[in-house]
Design a protein around this ligand. Structure first.
Ligand code: TMP
Length: 211
């Protein structure tokens, strides 16, 4: 059983890397032992909440409302998908999780870190990723990657917001070096994937050694 998450700003390439890891894991393990999710998302309730949060028409949404909506979407995802999967011994890969809330709602929106921690604790029931990949890219690089798609409410939050989010990710990646692996996401997709695969493989070795 292992829980792996991908983090970074919009346009950092994490969804591509999460998918590549999923495919590699599916080739190495029985298909029913690999569970791939995105947060917020996957369950009907979480996808509806996701649509609500990201809708550009909700310009009046306050930061606290946003925090609680992300938390509600996560609670449903944890209770109905992630926790049962981990309990059954699966490997779960998630495109975003609690670190996004620290980076976006605390560093980005300015909510107190303690409030984020409490909301995350309620939403997850204490489930934490074993391994997290933070794909670090300069904002200009990420914006280039996003240029062709219509921006949602979060993606429209502005450069200063995203600079704070990047700084937040970098700060806690430095504080949690065991769990959070900061990677240079300007590297070629294949090179980055090999780095990720090597770190995942090492984590499996460590986990098996602990049994
Ligand atoms: P995604 O498009 O990468 O799936 O993420 C959806 C958006 O939601 C993205 O802009 C990051 C943001 N987000 C937060 O602000 N807080 C959170 O807790 C999560 C999970 C995502």
């Amino acid at each position: 059983m292992m829980f792996i998450t991908f983090e970074g700003i919009d346009g950092c390439g994490k969804s591509t890397q999460a998918k590549l890891l999923e495919e590699r894991l599916r080739a190495a393990f029985p298909a029913n032992t690999i569970v791939f999710v995105r947060d917020p998302g996957n369950t009907g309730i979480s996808e509806s909440i996701r649509a609500l949060i990201l809708d550009n028409k909700h310009t009046a949404m306050t930061a606290r409302t946003e925090l609680l909506l992300y938390s509600a979407a996560r609670a449903q995802l944890v209770d109905t998908v992630i926790a049962p999967a981990l309990q059954s011994g699966a490997i779960v890969v998630s495109d975003r999780f609690t670190d996004s809330t620290v980076a976006y709602q605390s560093f980005g929106r300015g909510l107190p870190l303690e409030d984020i921690r409490r909301a995350n604790a309620v939403a997850t029931g204490g489930i934490m990723p074993h391994l997290t990949f933070f794909l670090d890219v300069p904002l200009a690089h990420a914006k280039e990657r996003c240029a062709s798609k219509n921006a949602d409410r979060l993606e429209n939050a502005g450069d200063e917001f995203f600079e704070r989010v990047i700084a937040g990710y970098q700060q806690f990646a430095a504080q949690e070096v065991e769990r959070v692996k900061r990677l240079d996401a300007t590297l070629a997709v294949e090179v980055l994937h090999e780095q990720i695969w090597s770190l995942v493989s090492s984590a499996f070795v460590v986990m098996l050694g602990q049994r």
